[in-house]
Design a binder for this molecule. Structure first.
Ligand SMILES: [Zn+2]
Length: 148
């Protein structure tokens, strides 16, 4: 017996087997995150762009950033922390989903959902132009592990 299912556009976009379609959707998603980030942070700064890049990767790996079971820790500048907090809607309290550790480093976000832990670290301090010319792999180190 054949199992024939209807073929929706979303299936195509999100299928890992059709990576050639994926970048269009990714670009759309990135611009939505950028708008949300600007609305929250109110400053078009370098770490806002870094936060958008990190948040896009986290969404792709772990799902919606505003999920109540998603926890995030930010190490880096107040701009990075503020933007990540805005994009994730993660509160410092009641219930606490957000942790901030001020640091002089270029920036790291650690996302936890269930047993999955995703860390995204900026390889170096970045300039605004870097975000136009460099890929995720160029500027970020992404690691994922499972906690027992
Ligand atoms: Zn800023």
């Amino acid at each position: 017996m054949l199992d024939i299912k209807p073929y929706f556009e979303d299936d195509i976009i999100f299928s890992p087997r059709t990576p050639h379609i994926y970048p269009l959707n990714r670009e759309m998603h990135r611009s939505i995150l950028l708008k949300q980030a600007l609305a929250h942070h109110q400053e078009d700064c370098t770490d806002l762009l870094l936060a958008v890049r990190m948040s896009l990767i986290a969404t792709e790996r772990l799902g919606q950033l505003n999920s109540p079971d998603l926890y995030v820790t930010v190490e880096g500048s107040p701009c990075l922390a503020d933007t990540i907090q805005g994009l994730s809607r993660a509160r410092l309290a009641n219930p606490p989903r957000f942790t901030y550790r001020p640091a002089a480093s270029p920036g790291r976000t650690t996302w936890r959902r269930g047993e999955r832990v995703l860390s995204i670290t900026a390889r170096q301090r970045l300039e605004k132009e870097d975000f136009l010319g460099l890929s995720d792999a160029d500027i970020l180190e992404v690691k994922e592990r499972k906690d027992e």
